[in-house]
Design a protein around this ligand. Sequence first.
Ligand code: GLN
Length: 474
Amino acid sequence: MTAWKSINDIANDVQTGAVSALSLVNQALETIETNQQFNAIIATLANRARERAKQIDDRVKAGEAIGRLAGVPFIAKDNFLVFGAETTAASNILKGFNAPYQATAINRLEAEGAICVAKANLDAFAHGSSTENSDFGTTLNPRDPTRVPGGSSGGSAAAVALTMAPFALGTDTGGSIRLPASFTGIVGYKPTYGLVSRSGVVAMASSTDVIGPLARTVEDAALVLDVMAGRDDLDGTTIERDTADYSAFSGAIKGRKVGVVKEYMGEGLEPGVRKSIEQAIDQLKRAGAEIIEVSLPSLPAALAVYYIICPAEVSSNLSRYDGQRYGYSFKEAKSLDDSYGKSRSIGFGKEAKRRIMIGTYVLSSGYYDAYYKKAQTVRTKLINEFDSALAEVDFLIGPTAPSVAFKIGANTADPLQMYLADILTVAANLVGVPSISLPAAESQNLPVGLQIMAKQRHDRDLLAFAKLAEGIIK
Ligand code: GLN
């Protein structure tokens, strides 16, 4: 396996001419090629990537400053609009769709010299926790190919774990960056809602969707965030970024108040995961953190709330795929109505249809009060509980997932069982707070993720603390 230096060092090497951007792109493409059996990648952008690398190398020779990510290869989840390959969101209904514009996040990374080399596999439309919902087949976990890599950004996580690139982009609507990071032993960062523009990213549930990096270290993740963060006129939900750099770390563990979420350490946790998280908590305590038990009484309702609000928003966001504007269209349609119906029923997979049906049901006039409205009320309660807890402590911690990576096929027959994989991640999305998954001590020889959350807009503080924690929890 080929290893990568830190993103900072790679960019320095390219800028000083010590290595060429082209050799880095070739290294990434070769690593993708030799690991095809993991099915982490949907498409490569070989031509465009090599062309951009050559331009960067020429500019370096001409003495130009390239940027903070000079020549750094990366991989984007296939729900980002990127030039040079189709954007399918791993769904048959989008096969053949070439984006007419690029995602803001991609443009910002490219402006600093980064080079997108490939599009990663995912659960179709990011609906799922294992990549088993992909119309391109399941991604295998690099640590044990009989297991899932988590989802929905499973391809992005596997790609980083397989060292195909130093970092990848994912989206996190209910845990899709953190869960696969946890299952593959890497770092996954979900920023504060609104911190990174979602323009040019296929929408799932717009009130919780965020995008973020998957990387091997907190430092790399923070640098990538720093390049992407901040307001964008093309996404009205974006917020002002910090004036200081997200990768300018400061502070110490000593004296920080860390709330262990009681509801996250309860029944249903795999014993090995519990042990690993308890050990991490102990290590933080020995490093001087003040450990306090915190209770968020509405947390047990979070999963139910998420699986009402998320499908409601999905049912609305997926209505644009009508067979007329993007991707697949049923050719032998007898009328426009027939074309809408057949294009959607052939193009969408089972999980998208399930969510459209649930979402339409909970929004229907007869059931709106009983489901959607009630879910939004509990969501507000949850927000208030997080606000009060985070007024008492600096960070909330617990496991990222209740188990290590599960076996392929173990949860596919029972959607509820699959949804339970998200039980510890969805709350951060509903509330909008930043959350990171860090590799903790392994269990059964498989990775375990420690989840740390902070107040909205406290991304820099969270990343600085996570970097310190990263150094001591393994
Ligand atoms: N697994 C969750 C779901 O299926 C979260 C997905 C995501 O974050 N994109 O909805």
